[in-house]
Design a protein around this ligand. Structure first.
Ligand code: 2E4
Ligand code: SF4
Length: 341
């Protein structure tokens, strides 16, 4: 796949630096080390979505309704809930006329229509890179293509993208689906994808689709976003040198799940996705010297700091940051929040 996004273009050579956490040592073992992946953690879309909820809380005061988890991370959701955010499954749970924030994963047009019927004031925190995929789906549907959306069934982003053109889009949930998907005209088929997929698996799926549909059209740029690509490149780099890789992120976070998979495929003896240091099993450290550490795009850096502290207490003091690129992407808040209140 080609690179995409300004952050992806600004690739720098791998740089390693050592730092020491403040924690007091319990054991000393100079061979033990942590390889800390960079980039990791919050992407520009998550920064924007979380800041949106914070800004609306400041402006309107609690309660502030949010449809679905603003991002798929337990810590983020708990913190915002403690400050007055009320997470609901759908807009019919929001009082008529209230403000509702839509999550970063995007929604089908029917959600906007339902919200309008209830006179809700919608603030849309959909990541602009998800919106870009929605526009591609609308364009291909307008040009009467059958669209093959590569993605995971049931994921919120996939539900939102399918909803852009429900009569024209078919879900392809991995290379195995490429052989069975049905289209009207084999010469008028396009593929799109979820933004947080495995780069390698998606490439395999696209190749399988191209073999079946030689005229297959595709998105203008990558649909797998810069942040997903960069975090996978970084974890691949550390996994090859790690006995154990820990990925901080929640179980329902697609991009975080992919990081653990990429780490396993890249040669880590084991890779675990955990919500926080409290979920690490001490037995995973048995026979381990090098621990790779990263975090998903929805995982706050506080989780990494706490994990470094937890590992320091168990004898891992040496930290090498392995940087594969530096990210500069930033998204402005939704338009309605940039105007004076
Ligand atoms: C929107 C799009 O999609 P995933 O499950 O990885 O979402 P998560 O909330 O974990 O990460 C942020 C995000 C939001 C990623 N892509
Ligand atoms: Fe946007 Fe990518 Fe972050 Fe998803 S992972 S919110 S698409 S920047």
């Amino acid at each position: 796949m080609t690179s995409h996004g300004s952050a992806r273009r600004s690739t720098t050579p791998t740089a390693c630096r050592s730092t020491s956490p403040a924690a007091e040592p319990v054991h000393q073992d100079s061979a033990r080390r942590i390889l800390l992946a960079a980039p990791r953690g919050f992407c520009a879309g998550v920064e924007r979505a979380v800041a949106t909820v914070e800004r609306v809380l400041e402006r309107h005061g609690p309660p502030v309704y949010v449809r679905k988890e603003i991002v798929h991370n337990r810590r983020v959701v708990e913190e915002l809930r403690s400050r007055g955010a009320v997470f609901v499954e759908d807009t019919d749970q929001v009082p008529e006329g209230a403000v509702v924030i839509l999550s970063a994963h995007g929604v089908a047009p029917t959600v906007h229509a339902d919200a309008a019927r209830r006179r809700l004031r919608v603030i849309d925190a959909t990541c602009p890179l998800v919106t870009k995929v929605h526009r591609e789906a609308q364009r291909f549907a307008r040009d009467d293509y059958d669209i093959l959306l590569i993605g995971h069934a049931g994921h919120e982003e996939v539900i939102g993208t399918l909803g852009q053109a429900p009569d024209r889009i078919h879900l392809v949930d991995g290379p195995h689906d490429a052989a069975s998907v049905q289209v009207r005209d084999e010469t008028k088929v396009a593929w799109l994808s979820q933004t947080t997929l495995s780069v390698d698996e998606t490439r395999a799926t696209v190749q399988a689709l191209q073999a079946r549909f030689p005229a297959l059209a595709g998105p203008a740029g990558e649909d797998i976003c810069y942040a997903t690509q960069n975090r996978q490149t970084a974890v691949r780099r550390i996994a090859a040198r790690s006995d154990l890789v820990l990925v901080l992120g929640s179980a329902n976070s697609s991009n975080s799940q992919r990081l653990a998979e990429v780490a396993r495929n890249a040669g880590a003896r084991a890779a675990h996705l955990v919500d926080s240091a409290a979920h690490i099993d001490d037995s995973w450290l048995d026979g381990t010297t090098t621990i790779g550490l990263t975090s998903g795009a929805s995982a706050p850096e506080s989780l990494v700091t706490e994990t470094l502290h937890w590992l320091a207490q168990r004898g891992w003091h040496r930290i090498e940051t392995v940087t594969v690129t530096t990210e500069t992407q930033h998204f402005a808040l939704p338009h309605s929040l940039t105007k004076p209140a």
